[in-house]
Design a protein around this ligand. Structure first.
Ligand SMILES: [Fe+2]
Length: 271
């Protein structure tokens, strides 16, 4: 074991990691512990970090290789594997529950957010435990979900998507609605309601109704960690077993600037 300290932030998920300066290279044993901690706790928080873009990209590699984000108009010009979340740049907070980039054959293992500027109130990020959501379902519902697959593409209704991004990333990609975590071995409910155009065998309308009903049933305060941002926070979210959402409840005359990196994961499978 390395010298890091891990403190739980919520009974269901989320943990704060102390004793790490992400601007410095991490020894292999620390990197291994962090990957395991992410799989166990599903959201990790590192406080008081101060990172340049190259340092941030290097630190992210602990969780996987950074992958290109598909709404390229929001990617940093000099560091295109870092996306800028900033409403003044036309990037509105994603307020519906989702996991990231399900329109990719190998969606991200993790989404990493770095709080560069944060508002004085509001603008938090919530993360929901889809592993416990799966466990809480009845046997019958679990069996039903295990048989379902989503067909994913880019979100509808975004009018600033570049044609080259749409051509490259809006191809139909099929994923199981329950996936097995490659590190933890447990199962979790897995879908992105806006990227899932339909569930195989169901109409798009029926698919949306089904997914909305599922979200209402499986997400509650008992399985949600709400992150209140402090400048310098790094939040790592395990995209393989959680959903997350942003909160737009902040004063828009203030800045909320997060740098986002997503790191490549495995192709989702149910085993
Ligand atoms: Fe997201």
């Amino acid at each position: 074991m390395s010298s890091i300290t891990i403190t739980k932030l919520h009974p269901s998920l989320g943990a704060e990691v102390a004793g790490i300066d992400l601007s410095k290279p991490l020894p292999p044993d620390v990197a291994e512990d962090l990957s395991r901690a992410l799989a166990d706790h599903l959201a990790l928080v590192f406080r008081d970090q101060s990172l340049t873009p190259p340092q941030y990209l290097e630190a992210a590699r602990v969780f996987g290789p950074p992958m290109r984000q598909h709404y390229s108009q929001h990617n940093m010009a000099d560091f295109p594997d870092i996306g800028l979340i900033w409403h003044r740049n036309g990037q509105q907070p994603a307020e519906r529950w989702h996991t990231d980039h399900t329109n990719r054959e190998k969606p991200p293992a993790a989404t990493i957010l770095y709080g560069v500027e944060v508002p004085t109130a509001g603008g938090g990020t919530s993360v929901a435990n889809m592993r416990s959501a799966y466990s809480a379902l009845s046997d019958e519902e679990r069996s039903r979900l295990e048989a379902l697959k989503t067909v994913n593409g880019l979100d509808d209704g975004k009018d600033d998507t570049r044609p080259e991004d749409r051509a490259r990333y809006d191809q139909p990609i099929v994923h199981p609605m329950v996936r097995t975590h490659p590190v933890h071995g447990s199962r979790a409910v897995y879908f992105h309601i806006q990227k899932a155009k339909w569930i195989e065998g169901m109409t798009p309308e029926a698919s949306q109704t089904f997914m909305n009903g599922l979200l209402d049933r499986v997400i509650g305060t008992d399985n949600v960690y709400h992150h209140v941002w402090r400048k310098g926070d790094v939040l790592v979210i395990d995209d393989r077993a959680t959903l997350h959402r942003a909160h737009g409840d902040y004063d828009r005359s203030q800045n909320r600037v997060l740098w986002r990196i997503i790191v490549e994961g495995d192709r989702p499978v149910l085993v």
